[in-house]
Design a protein around this ligand. Sequence first.
Ligand code: HEC
Length: 127
Amino acid sequence: MRHTAQSMSRKVMIIAALSGIAAFANLSPALAEEMAATVIEKGKAVAFDRKKGNCLACHAMDDGALPGNIAPPIVSMKLRYPDKAKLREQIWDASIRNPNTIMPPFGRHQLLSEEEIDNITEYVYTL
Ligand code: HEC
């Protein structure tokens, strides 16, 4: 009897865990959209932050105020980078493509965290 009760409760626990995972993986489209919007907002905040990405020091970008013009404006990123990984690479270490670049290697020098670079990439990809 005891044994049966135990295996029953174990079964219930497994079912509960599995349905939890399913619910998590099966995000509603509205929730998935909300999460994407949060990532893009975070990316924009870090990109614009003068003590973080400070992209505006060199690039005109989105609605950023008083941008510098020593670098190309950040526009049409999906056309310029059909492969999003290449865009991330550019932000992570611009010297891979141009050894003489003045753009800081944000990832290689750990000026920004990997997550911040992910978020910036998602944001810049919308421009
Ligand atoms: C000190 C100036 C400077 C800063 C700060 C800077 N960049 Fe750059 N960036 C450049 C220059 C210059 C280029 C042009 C290519 C080169 O010289 O390597 C460039 C190129 C790029 C490109 C490629 C553009 C294209 O059309 O292919 C992207 C994307 C980019 N930067 C994103 C960023 C982001 C995002 C930030 C902030 C996190 C940033 N940059 C901060 C100077 C800068």
